[in-house]
Design a protein around this ligand. Structure first.
Ligand SMILES: O=C(O)CCC(=O)C(=O)O
Ligand SMILES: [Fe+2]
Length: 224
């Protein structure tokens, strides 16, 4: 058993919009289960499939220590590399990064408004799309390369993952393991904006069959 908050529910059920309660694993961190309905999930996944194509498409990220990230990534708006943002895929094919369309920013603002119950005017302009195939994971890290303190919004598609949400002091405990299912949103801002987080596990085969996706896609929307 993983120590997953609230347990895992049947990934084949379509719970519809807003049917499950939001939870707050840390101050400023809000999990919104079932935030995107199936139609929105398909729309976002179709867009991710297009964004993943070259030029400046899905790539393997090499870390300065010599390791490789097991999640593969494509960026919109600005290209993230360890550790900064560039206008071109500096550690990929060198092509200009694809533009960040207005709509994922609008989706992110809506998620923040629902999470915090107040208007959000953040000028979202970057998305990092991470694809976790078989066995991929993401180590504990902070999203610290943005100048803005606007909340980060993560949208989940495909297989359910364990999202480990920790603290600002370091990579270790205390943390809370949250099961993120396809369609969930997770907002972290305010005192949790620079909290460590990671994806220690993806549960293979739990994606909604209608998406036709093997693995998990996480889309994080940020303001530079
Ligand atoms: O996939 C997610 O939900 C989070 C990904 C993440 O932490 C990141 O892109 O920095
Ligand atoms: Fe992150």
């Amino acid at each position: 058993m993983d120590g997953v908050t609230g347990g895992f529910r049947d990934g084949s059920a379509d719970d519809g919009l807003f049917s499950l309660p939001a939870t707050k694993p840390a101050p400023g961190a809000v999990h919104l289960p079932g935030h995107l309905d199936r139609a929105a999930q398909r729309e976002l996944l179709d867009a991710c499939r297009a964004w993943a194509r070259p030029p400046a498409g899905l790539r393997t990220v090499r870390m300065p220590g010599g390791g490789k990230m097991t999640a593969r990534q494509v960026c919109l708006g600005r290209h993230w590399y360890p550790y900064g943002y560039a206008r071109t895929a500096v550690d990929g094919d060198g092509a200009p990064v694809k533009p960040f369309p207005e709509w994922p920013g609008e989706w992110a603002r809506r998620a923040v408004e629902r999470a915090y119950g107040e208007p959000c005017t953040a000028g979202y302009d970057i998305a990092l799309v991470n694809f976790c195939g078989e066995g991929a994971r993401m180590g504990m890290h902070r999203d610290a390369d943005e100048r803005s303190d606007a909340p980060v919004v993560s949208f989940s598609l495909g297989d359910t993952c364990v999202f480990r949400f920790g603290n600002t002091a370091g990579r270790g405990r205390p943390w809370t393991d949250v099961g993120l299912r396809s369609g969930d949103a997770f907002v972290f801002g305010g005192p949790s904006r620079l909290a460590h987080h990671g994806v220690p596990r993806v549960r293979a085969g739990t994606a909604p069959p209608v998406l036709g996706l093997r693995g998990r896609v996480g889309v994080t929307v940020r303001e530079r």
